[in-house]
Write a protein that binds this ligand. Sequence first.
Ligand code: C5P
Length: 404
Amino acid sequence: MSALAGKRIVLGVTGGIAAYKAIEVSRRLVDAGAHVVPIMTESAQHFIGTTTLSALASEPVQTDLWHNPSTPIPHTKFGQGADLILVAPATAKLLAAYRMGYSHDLLTNTLIATRAPVIVCPAMHTEMWEHPSVIDNIDTLRQRGVHVVEPESGRLAGGDVGAGRLASPEAIVAAAERVLGPRDLTGVQVIVSAGGTREPIDAVRVVANRSSGKQGYAVAAEALARGADVTLVSTVSLPAPVGAIVVPVETAAEMQAAIEQRAPSADVIVMAAAVADFRPVAAASGKIKKQDGVPEVLLEPTPDILAGLGATKPARQVLVGFAAETDDLVANAQIKLTKKNLDLIVANDVGASQVGFAHDTNAVTLLRPDAEPVEIDLAAKRDVARAVINTIVEIRASTQTGKD
Ligand code: C5P
């Protein structure tokens, strides 16, 4: 279950061109199980209609401080009942009013009359975003504990390019998950590997596999949402979860170097990558010519990164492997769990439908030494990631209790 499920989120929309993106933010929050109460300022209604947002949120848009048929006390009702207030986009005017406590309309009243956490997602032209007054307002709001989802650099209204574009709906929803979710990995150093390695045969050809990297990215996103510092060692170029340090690699050797360099300071390592088991002994320097006939490519084993980590694992470190199998799933995964000295192995039957490579869903069995296997039925990869992270948190808690 998402951290947003069942949460009451006031979505404040102010008058910027990026207001249209609030519709997508609302849709994603509702999809995650949140109850979205939309409030639009008067200026926002110049950019999008209330009908659209009313249809996609959980209840009709609120706009009015004075003639509000839904409640006699609109200035406090929405803020008092909220689990979170999210303002996207937040204009320079909204930030200034909120900073000053200048509660002149329904949204600013709601912001002042709440004890819930608040996230603001500024969006404006670069000149405005860099103006000392805006910088000052943002600093003050931050000091008061308001969460700020920084704008991106990119195309702005009128064809301008620069900093100030509203963060992506994905980043905004991830921030909401971070604020509302459990923070049980705060300060924990996590390395996640993702994607399939590519081992060169010649200058253009590679030995590859079908891993999409999606499950590893979902694990990284969930760990970030729970407060971890995440390094993602990746062979794929999926959009990185906000806040992850991405180390791009291609081959098993590059992945090994990247992980081994960082492993000593890691508290958790999740090897979700599909590392090649064999690689060409030597890659031809140019392109092997077709007319020279079928080449003989001699293969050698790659180093087993995970087995190496298992052999040198510090006591506090939680080491997690993945086992992609087509036969005897649990038995084979169990052997790897023991042989590689792992704390957890995530076994997935990549032969089953809707499971494993490229799909957005997965079904796995979680195996731990001295514990009963736990089956996770077909679910979104993010939900599988949540189950994996929950188990890691449990393992960390039991290790720490054991030390006391
Ligand atoms: O033995 P097998 O390759 O099935 O084990 C899978 C697990 O081992 C995965 O977690 C994978 O990332 C890791 N692995 C590795 N180095 C290899 C091969 C697999 O770290 N050379």
